[in-house]
Design a protein around this ligand. Structure first.
Ligand code: SAM
Length: 338
């Protein structure tokens, strides 16, 4: 069965079309923000055949046979031994060459064995350093990739997954049910709040908070099929930093003193990344940046990072032969004093 899973899919016609208005917009903005690196980033972003999907193994239905086959296929294990915090229970594999495993079909009564993802999306999860028994909030959780990754790292005492969009909330529930055993699903709280209200609803409750914010999502925006809507988003994009800051304010309120918060996006945009974090750091005296430069050094074999000018913020950029980005993440700590 595993061998069937590993068989490459027949080459499909490339359905993805690049949306020219969006590419032109990126060209102007990102050539300024990233300088020479933009040329490579653009080449990778516009070539879906170069995107490398990582394979996150599910510790709740561990695929030993599949793991052997991944080794035979030349996949290597990500992060092992390199990061200051790396839970042995999280196993993620990446191929040295662009390759995408087929997605697994859900079979009633069987948990899925692996989840395909952008490997860079594990970095914000790892930066959170989740330990067994901690209370954790995933403020913008659908479709659930990062919630699932959090549960590969540790057994939180309480996991609260929130998602504002009701359709995406269904998708989140499906992810949890397909990968997580029922007794554990039962202790996960799922809510449908506007994340901006969470701080008032549950002040100073959580040891750890993840804000994987709604953002420009460069990769999917670039391949929008409706160019009129895509063009509309260029002006709507200006409103995103305000929403992101409001979500962060709410997250800070929900965090207990001494707790850790990680903010992440999948855009290259400085306005939605570094500027949002600078704004928050400038307006709170009890929020401190946490230095995460060591993470970049430790995993530079698999990821390329662009300079952010921040010790607490890293930006993974798409690069040849590396796990894909974009993924920005920043780590903050709430101090005990106000
Ligand atoms: N963390 C998810 C994962 O790893 O699978 C991806 C999250 S996605 C980047 C951002 C999510 O935020 C979207 O599902 C979006 O519907 C949700 N969102 C948008 N506005 C929100 C709000 N005001 N409160 C909470 N979630 C919101």
């Amino acid at each position: 069965m595993v061998l069937t899973l590993l068989k490459a899919k027949p080459e499909r016609k490339l359905a993805k079309q690049i949306c020219k208005v969006v590419l032109d917009h990126f060209e102007k903005q990102y050539s300024k923000e990233l300088g020479d690196a933009w040329n490579t980033v653009r080449d990778i972003l516009t070539s879906p055949s170069c995107w490398q999907y990582a394979v996150l193994l599910n510790r709740f239905n561990y695929p030993f046979e599949l793991e052997k086959n991944l080794h035979l296929k030349g996949y290597h294990s990500l992060f092992q031994g390199s990061l200051p915090y790396y839970p042995q229970s999280m196993k993620c594999y990446l191929s040295g060459t662009p390759h995408r495993m087929p997605s697994e079909r859900h079979q009633v009564g069987n948990l899925k064995q692996y989840y395909l993802l952008n490997a860079a999306s594990l970095l914000p999860v790892l930066a959170l350093e989740l330990r067994d028994g901690e209370k954790v909030l995933d403020l913008c959780a659908a479709p659930g990739g990062k919630s699932l990754a959090l549960l590969q790292c540790a057994y939180p005492g309480y996991l609260h997954c929130n998602e504002y969009d009701s359709l995406r909330l269904r998708w989140l529930r499906q992810t949890l049910e397909s990968f997580i055993p029922q007794p554990l699903v039962n202790v996960i709280k799922v809510s449908e709040l506007d994340g901006r209200e969470m701080g008032d609803a549950q002040p100073e409750t959580f040891d750890k908070v993840l804000v994987d914010a709604p953002c420009s999502n460069d990769r999917s925006w670039l391949f929008s099929s409706d160019s009129q809507k895509a063009a509309c988003r260029i002006s709507q994009r200006r409103n995103l930093p305000l929403l992101q800051i409001e979500l962060l304010r709410s997250a800070i309120k929900a965090l207990r003193p001494g707790g850790l918060l990680v903010y992440s996006t999948c855009t290259l945009s400085k306005a939605e990344n570094q500027d949002v974090i600078s704004e928050v750091l400038n307006s709170y005296s009890n929020i401190m940046p946490v230095d995460i430069k060591e993470m970049a050094r430790a995993c530079s074999h698999d990821f390329t990072f662009a300079p952010t000018g921040q010790e607490c913020g890293l930006l993974v950029i798409p690069d040849k032969g590396k796990a894909w980005g974009p993924m920005y993440f920043a780590k903050l700590k709430k101090s005990w004093t106000t």
